[in-house]
Write a protein that binds this ligand. Structure first.
Ligand SMILES: CN1CCN(c2ccc(C(=O)Nc3n[nH]c4c3C=[N+](C(=O)[C@H](O)c3ccccc3)C4)cc2)CC1
Length: 308
């Protein structure tokens, strides 16, 4: 059974909170997880999300699933999805997590674009969502945990209405590296190149400053309302561009101070990039700046024919 080291202690499967299966009810699939399905359900009368491992899974998939549970079970932060327990006594195996009904951040941004009707999205809300992720990242940085795949697609929202809180909810990449799966899965696994700094995709060097670069791209995703970074460019082209100093353009209507934070996250020298405490501080200033929070969001053209 694999061990997991976090904060100076070592954990194994027996340290996981085993939930009696009879207390669990699965209601409806929420979407495809990396393994099997993720379901909406109840633990007693508490709404939960349940990640399932298909019964016919390889031994490696089983170990991956266990490692993912171990990783998430040790986090304790309001901006990281809360781990509730596992049903590992028999197949099918379950990981029970906090339910986040708002869906993923990228989808939310794309669906919340101001169309013809007034969208209730504001610059302040966008910055507050980025701040949430930044706080989760600061916690990971403090615990010397490198995420390796920070992106809007891996974050979830508490709600689609009002003021959603945002939480980091997927640790699959860190899990693969922790299990040294990356090599087993054949180096050709799809690397999130568009979210990676040069030292990572060129030399495989990962530190918390790698996550800072990715956070800068996530901030760009938020301000662009869910665009794919480097639109129209392939991974090879992006590696070329970035290694020769090219960077993402400012999203439409992005206030300069916010773009300035992105650019600092994308400093070619990792040590020159700010840490997450500094990033949060600077985002905080932006949120106090009337010129920033009162700047309008891009109004997409109102011609109904233009499908975005
Ligand atoms: C109209 N829209 C349609 C879509 N809809 C949804 C779509 C998906 C979800 C959803 O997956 N919620 C989750 N809550 N907790 C966890 C979830 C996923 N988890 C996982 O661990 C997943 O692996 C995961 C992790 C990060 C990102 C995505 C998926 C843990 C909720 C609402 C809202 C209304």
């Amino acid at each position: 059974n694999p061990n997991y080291e976090f904060g100076g202690s070592t954990y194994t499967v027996k340290d996981l909170n085993e939930i009696p299966r009879e207390n669990l009810t699965l209601v409806k699939a929420l979407g495809q997880g990396a393994f099997g399905e993720v379901y909406r359900g109840f633990l007693g009368d508490i709404p939960v999300a349940v990640k399932t491992l298909p019964e016919l899974s390889s031994n490696q998939a089983e170990m991956d699933f266990l490692m993912e549970a171990l990783i998430m079970s040790k986090f304790d932060h309001p901006n990281i999805v809360h781990f509730m327990g596992v049903c590992f006594d028999k197949m099918p195996r379950f990981i029970v997590l906090e339910l986040l009904p708002g869906g993923d951040l990228k989808t939310f941004l794309r669906e919340a674009r101001p169309k013809c009707s007034k969208s209730n999205l504001t610059m302040k809300k966008l910055l507050a969502m980025a701040m949430d992720v930044g706080k989760g990242c600061q916690y990971l940085e403090e615990h010397h945990f490198i995420h390796r795949d920070l992106a809007a697609r891996n974050c979830l929202l508490t709600t689609k209405e009002g003021d959603p809180d945002v939480k980091i909810a997927d640790f699959g990449m860190a899990r693969d590296i922790y299990r040294a799966d990356y090599y087993r899965k054949g180096g050709k696994t799809i690397l999130p190149v568009k979210w990676m700094p040069p030292e990572a995709f060129l030399d495989g060097i990962f530190t918390s400053k790698t996550d800072v670069w990715s956070f800068g791209v996530l901030l760009w995703e938020v301000l662009s309302l869910g665009y794919m970074p480097y639109p129209g460019r392939g991974n090879q082209e992006v590696m070329q561009l970035v290694t020769s100093g090219g960077r993402l353009e400012p999203p439409a209507m992005c206030p300069n101070p916010v773009y300035h934070i992105m650019m600092q996250c994308w400093h070619p020298i990792p040590e020159e990039r700010p840490n997450f405490s500094t990033i949060i501080e600077r985002l905080g200033y932006c949120m106090q700046d009337p010129d920033v929070i009162n700047s309008p969001l891009p109004e997409l053209s109102c011609s109904p024919s233009v499908e975005r």
